[in-house]
Design a protein. Structure first.
Length: 93
């Protein structure tokens, strides 16, 4: 059986991550930055390859941040399911 304290911590982290993802300001910020970086990248002259590379990296880092937060949220959901399953198992036995 997994450590219930660890699972409860994962549930708490997942709830916090969910609150971030569901916050309209978070979505607005990510959308605005993604659009700005993509627009700047598309309008960068060929002579500024280094600047384009930094913008490309910035766009990808935004995606990585979003994926990390959603992974924490999913982990919290799975921890909640595990606690529920353990609770059901305890009632059956």
């Amino acid at each position: 059986m997994a450590d219930e304290g660890r699972l409860r911590e994962e549930i708490d982290r997942g709830a916090k991550a969910s609150a971030i993802i569901q916050n309209p300001l978070f979505d607005e910020t990510f959308s605005a930055l993604r659009l700005r970086y993509a627009t700047d990248w598309a309008n960068t002259p060929p002579s500024e390859a280094e600047h384009r590379e930094r913008l490309y990296i910035a766009i990808n880092v935004l995606g990585e941040i979003y994926e990390h937060i959603t992974a924490i949220m999913r982990t919290g959901d799975m921890a909640g399911q595990e606690i529920d399953a353990q609770s059901r198992d305890a009632r059956v036995h």
